[in-house]
Design a protein around this ligand. Structure first.
Ligand code: NAG
Ligand code: NAG
Ligand code: NAG
Length: 453
């Protein structure tokens, strides 16, 4: 692949070029809010009834109770009619879509234009995907193409992935795990951007792509992204304005977890962002500029995190109004700060459940969100002992094992074991089991009315 993004090359002196590019949206559509699709009002007028009738139980049964249920279901007159609008995976529109355009490519070096309109058109051609489209999230994660050098690396990656699958199942999100290098030159931390770009093309039905690094795990299985808070933004990362603008530290944000809207702004932004990457002829130059702007940067080469911090710090007028720096909860959090709190957190959640009977009621896994919502009402009283949403094992490098020399290897591996079991306890609870000790792989059955015993 040719060094690509010439036309979009990011260079401070080309600001005016970029600015005009972003101001020159020719065809504003009602779906565009500030230059980006937001599947709001217009689409939600298509109100869809979620299926009461997606099953029929022809139960020949002598139990009068079951007969009654069967009769009640029949009286709903369930037929295969349009009242059930689950996504129809058996239908593709016969009409021409952007996929039929030979010019459309999934790679980052081929510019995409009018993506918002194309996505919108695809959705209108596939109306069964309209319901819930503005909230639809696809979690994307992945790891290297070959086996891990750390002997327990692949085992850890499996468990990190299991944790993400658990979270997605609980919240009905799709998940994509990638382990190929899509762009041969865009490796390590740059590898995710060509992947995110391709994923946007492959999933016009999702509004948000949620990149989560392989070494980040969900440690609050109930917490849901407050998407409403981000309705006017296109990129969400964990970060602190002050640390970027005033302290100029490259750790003022973390690019290991981000939420990016599936829209033209994001494609344009990723073009500029990745123009500092290893596929760019200006890669070396950007390493120098980043180091002179963020003096504490330790990686000599240009990296994606500093690149993002740079764009926020130096080109703030151009981008920051669409970038949300989330510092209100652990959008991702540093494991060393978090790991030591797990015991106290478990204790305070158990105390809460002993007080509130509803929270300890057994239930089907599918309805878990109900209990998360219920718990939310009590968490204000729990103060600092709230579960952290995502714990990120930054610097531990589970796959290659080359952890940051500031940590003892044992601290990394033990921290991961405890975090994984802490998260797993929230899942296993629905299956009737618990790790009594976070360092113990063994589990015990949970007695009825746990933890009130
Ligand atoms: C179901 O259909 C029957 C006969 O067509 C009708 O009498 C009944 O009211 C319908 N019930 C509902 C809930 O629509
Ligand atoms: C950031 O800068 C402010 C003001 O100079 C200082 O008080 C603060 O300690 C700095 N924070 C960090 C994390 O370096
Ligand atoms: C856990 O709670 C106890 C009792 O409140 C406290 O003494 C201890 O410092 C807490 N542990 C941590 C890691 O904060």
């Amino acid at each position: 692949m040719a060094p690509s993004q010439e036309g979009l090359s990011h260079h401070p002196k080309k600001n005016t070029h970029m600015a005009s590019k972003f101001n020159s949206r020719s065809k504003p559509s009602p779906f565009l809010s500030n230059g980006c699709i937001f599947l709001g009002g217009a689409l939600s007028t298509l109100f869809i009834i979620w299926g009461l009738c997606s099953f029929v139980i022809p139960i020949p049964n002598s139990d009068p109770k079951i007969d009654l249920v069967a009769t009640q279901l029949k009286s709903l007159n369930c037929t295969n009619d349009a009242t059930i609008e689950a996504p129809d995976m058996l239908h593709d529109s016969p009409e021409r879509t952007f996929y039929d355009d030979p010019e459309m490519a999934y790679t980052m070096d081929s510019p995409m234009k009018n993506w918002d309109e194309k996505r919108e058109e695809w959705l209108l051609q596939h109306p069964s995907f309209l319901a819930g489209a503005q909230e639809r999230v696809l979690l994307v994660t992945g790891s290297q193409p070959s086996q891990c050098h750390n002997p327990i690396g692949d085992h850890l990656l499996l468990r990190f992935f299991k944790n993400k699958v658990d979270y997605c199942r609980l919240h009905n999100y799709d998940i994509f795990y990638n382990n190929v290098l899509i762009h041969p030159k865009m490796n390590i931390y740059w590898a995710k951007y060509p992947l995110v770009r391709a994923t946007m093309m492959a999933h016009p039905e999702v509004e948000w792509i949620w990149w989560v690094d392989s070494d980040a795990i969900f440690t609050d299985m109930e917490f849901k992204l407050p998407l409403n808070r981000y309705k006017n933004h296109n990129l969400v990362v964990h970060g602190w304005e002050e640390l970027i603008h005033i302290n100029r530290t490259w750790t003022g944000l973390n690019a290991g977890v981000f939420l990016i809207r599936n829209c033209q702004w994001s494609l344009d932004f990723m073009d500029v962002w990745t123009s500092m990457g290893p596929q760019s002829p200006e890669y070396d130059k950007w390493g120098v500029i980043q180091r002179s702007t963020f003096k504490d940067k330790v990686i000599p080469e240009s990296d994606d995190q500093t690149a993002l911090a740079y764009l926020i710090a130096i080109e703030k007028d151009k981008w920051t109004n669409k970038i949300y720096l989330e510092d209100n909860y652990y959008f991702e959090g540093y494991w060393l700060d978090i790991e030591k709190t797990f015991n106290n957190i478990s204790k305070s959640y158990n105390e809460l459940e002993r007080e509130v009977k509803g929270l300890r009621r057994r239930h089907a896994e599918k309805v878990s969100e109900t209990y998360g919502t219920m718990r939310e009402g009590y968490l204000n009283n729990i103060g600092q002992w709230r579960r952290p949403f995502i714990t990120h094992f930054t610097g531990c490098q589970p796959c290659n094992g080359h952890h940051n020399p500031n940590y003892a290897a044992e601290d990394c591996w033990n921290g991961m074991e405890r975090a994984l079991n802490f998260a797993d306890n929230q899942v296993l609870r629905k299956y009737g089991f618990v790790h009594n000790n976070l360092m113990d792989k063994a589990v015990s059955p949970i007695p009825f009315d746990y933890p009130n015993v």
